[in-house]
Design a binder for this molecule. Structure first.
Ligand code: NAP
Length: 324
């Protein structure tokens, strides 16, 4: 089968023929029809992720067909364990250390396989698993989101952020966004954002607080120096949920803002099987369509990675295995 293999860190992906994986025991063979890229794949390629082993077929997200013709999507969160609060030590994510979805076939434990939402194409379904799961846990389990609440999604152009935005809108929250791109802010407004702000502006947090009257739930994956701004627009008792550190260490945080406003700062990462099933149910119930930025052939994997790396995307960057 054809695959995109990372032979060693800091090198381009190699498009090459490898054997179709064995799918005996509890595993099933999936003929992948589409896969999607996450920032994680870039971090692994760049050597910025713990526990990297090479060669490896990257890719956490995929949708395809089982050997008996069922259309399925794959839960990339393996072995969460019994405690819903945090994953077990045995927890892993598809695409490292196990070979992932940037290939024509995948062997995966059958409990990771779920029916593909019928209203989604394979590309849309492939866009969903990792980012949808992370967004779902951030909003619902950690964020306790409620209809009518004021919610801020920071960096809405990101894969997870865009799902958080769509889910919050579908629930009936009053949703605000930030983005560093005027084009992405305009797209978010078209999709239903109440207002869109530029996180590159000094004092953007103060401005959001003033214009919105205070945000009750903030979802962020940037961290860095902008995080302190987010605490400034938080309403008393607000929850700030973080799932990423794209902009590095958080600094300049004012303890006074945190304790006077009685803020909750919560970390989250991926989610468990129950949350994955609940996320799919939510997507089915609200007939949500993931936003696809662009679709590439498997052989164009390096171009697709470059698109992600440049950060110009709005929505998921997808690999379409149906295109020769
Ligand atoms: N813990 C987990 O389970 C988990 C899961 C998925 C992702 N992540 C992490 O979350 C981050 C995003 O991942 P992704 O796959 O969604 O990435 P992505 O699609 O590449 O998106 C990155 C986004 O970050 C936003 N951004 C950049 N600088 C920002 C800033 N100063 N303030 C606010 N937003 C900023 C940008 O939004 P604009 O373009 O709108 O400016 C950009 O679109 C990564 O660090 C990733 O490792 C963690």
């Amino acid at each position: 089968m054809k695959s995109l293999t990372l032979e060693k860190i800091k090198s381009k992906l190699t498009y090459k023929e490898v054997p179709i994986p064995d799918a005996s025991g509890n595993n099933r063979l999936i003929r992948l029809r589409a896969a999607a890229i996450n920032h994680r794949d870039l971090y692994i390629q760049q050597g910025l992720y713990p526990g990297i082993k090479t060669p490896i077929i990257l890719g956490s997200d995929g949708a395809g067909m089982t050997e008996d013709g069922q259309e399925v999507i794959i839960n990339p969160a393996f072995d969460w364990g019994d405690n819903p609060d945090f994953p077990d030590k045995s927890f892993t994510i598809l695409g490292l250390p196990h070979n992932g979805t940037f290939a024509e076939y995948l062997s995966v434990p059958h409990k990771q396989i779920y029916p593909k939402p019928k209203h989604l194409s394979f590309e849309e379904a492939a866009a969903l698993p990792l980012a949808g799961l992370t967004a779902y846990r951030a909003l619902f389990t950690k964020g306790w989101i409620k209809a009518g609440q004021k919610v801020l999604i920071s960096g809405v152009g990101g894969g997870v952020a865009l799902f958080a935005f769509q889910f919050a809108l579908a629930l009936g929250a009053e949703v605000y966004v930030t983005s560093g791109s005027a084009e992405k802010r305009a797209k978010a407004l078209e999709m239903g954002a109440k207002a869109a702000f530029d996180y590159k502006e000094a004092d953007f947090g103060k401005r959001i607080g003033k214009e919105t009257g205070g945000i009750q739930l903030i979802i962020d994956s940037a961290g860095g120096s902008g995080f302190a701004e987010l605490t400034k627009c938080a309403a008393p008792g607000a929850r700030i949920v973080t799932y990423g550190g794209t902009r590095g260490k958080i600094n300049n945080l004012s303890p006074q803002i945190i304790f006077w406003k009685q803020l909750h700062i919560l970390g989250t990462s991926m989610g468990n099987d129950t949350e994955f099933a609940a996320m799919l149910e939510f997507v089915n119930q609200h007939q949500i369509h993931p936003v696809i930025d662009s679709a590439w052939k498997l052989s164009e994997g390096n171009k697709a990675f470059a698109r992600m790396e440049q950060g110009g995307q709005f929505g998921k960057v997808v690999l379409d295995m149906k295109r020769p």
